[in-house]
Ligand binder design. Structure first.
Ligand SMILES: C[S@@+](CC[C@H](N)C(=O)[O-])C[C@H]1O[C@@H](n2cnc3c(N)ncnc32)[C@H](O)[C@@H]1O
Length: 291
């Protein structure tokens, strides 16, 4: 909610005005406290532009007033979400990092199916897409599962997608994807797993995919408090965190993976040194010891 005394009829911050160094440091600290993300001093113009958009939307009178406003809000206030949507990147698309999805289909799911057939494991699979943005990763996992597991109705599949951004999650729940997000989806998967209205530019995921997935808000800096997972995707998010925040996130993620389960990380996210108790299978793939 915007405080009445902060609302001015005329927008007072010009397009050229920037936050001061001191304001930048204070905004950065606030963002860090809330998300674990480090905003560097080089991001002054970017931060100024993004805060300016919120000033326009809220009518709040300047950077300082907006900072004070944000400071006194509860973390779950919609304005916090709107602000974080501005300063975080939500870039994602289906089948991002194709070689990881080849591994997921040909190795991971093939092994799960073989273990189930031989009676070594139950027909159940729990997957967490952490920092899922608009849900593309979760839907990609569902496509691969629907394709790889021939007797799908006999399986109990649960895919959880979480993100800090409420707006991103609303989009994820709609399960609608544009051409750009769909560009790597194989044609056979498009036909089987998505509907496209004639002349429409978007694709709607079918219930065979969406029935496996649910989305909810979660901050990676907090423990998840769920039953453990067989596989966790944690990609393209830790790059924005400093080492202390990464350590907190990885402690939370480690606790959410069951013994023998795996973590699929972004190749450039620097997790190796922070997850030494896991076996490093690939620069992006880590297995939790069985006990
Ligand atoms: C670039 S997207 C990554 C999407 C997907 N994992 C992928 O690799 O395509 C980064 C996401 O991280 C989310 N994020 C940033 N900080 C977070 C936090 N502390 N907790 C949960 N999600 C966070 C952002 O809201 C954004 O949607």
């Amino acid at each position: 909610m915007v405080l009445p005394e902060l609302i001015k009829p005329i927008f007072p911050v010009s397009n050229l005005e920037q936050v001061t160094d001191d304001q930048l440091a204070r905004f950065a600290e606030l963002i860090y406290e809330q998300t674990g993300i480090r905003v560097s001093p080089q991001k002054k113009t970017l931060l100024s532009n993004r805060v300016r958009r919120r000033l326009r939307k809220t009518g709040i009178d300047g950077f300082e007033a907006y900072y004070r406003h944000l400071r006194q809000l509860r973390p779950n206030d919609p304005e916090w979400d709107a602000f974080l949507q501005e300063i975080t990147t939500h870039e994602t698309y289906l089948f991002r990092d194709e070689s990881q999805w080849d591994w997921f289909r040909n190795d991971f799911l093939a092994q799960c199916a073989a273990d189930a057939r031989s009676g070594r494991a139950a027909r159940s699979l729990r997957i967490w897409s952490a920092a899922c943005s608009t849900g593309d990763e979760a839907v990609t996992a569902a496509c691969c599962i629907a394709d790889a597991l021939s007797n799908l109705p006999q399986w109990k599949i649960e895919i959880l997608g979480t993100d800090i951004g409420i707006g991103a999650l609303e989009q994820a729940r709609s399960a609608v994807f544009g051409e750009r997000a769909m560009r790597l989806v194989p044609p056979a998967y498009r036909r089987r797993f998505f509907n496209k209205a004639k002349d429409a530019l978007v694709w709607q995921a079918k219930p065979i995919l969406t029935d496996m997935i649910h989305f909810r808000q979660h901050n990676l800096m907090d423990p998840l408090r769920e039953k453990t997972f067989d596989l966790v995707f944690l990609k393209n998010v830790l790059i924005y965190f400093d080492t202390d925040s990464k350590r907190t996130v990885l402690d939370n993620v480690r606790a959410a993976i069951q013994c023998g389960g795996v973590l699929v990380a972004g190749a450039a996210e620097g997790v190796a040194d922070l997850i030494r108790d896991f076996q490093r299978v690939q620069p992006w793939l880590y297995r939790k010891p069985t006990k």
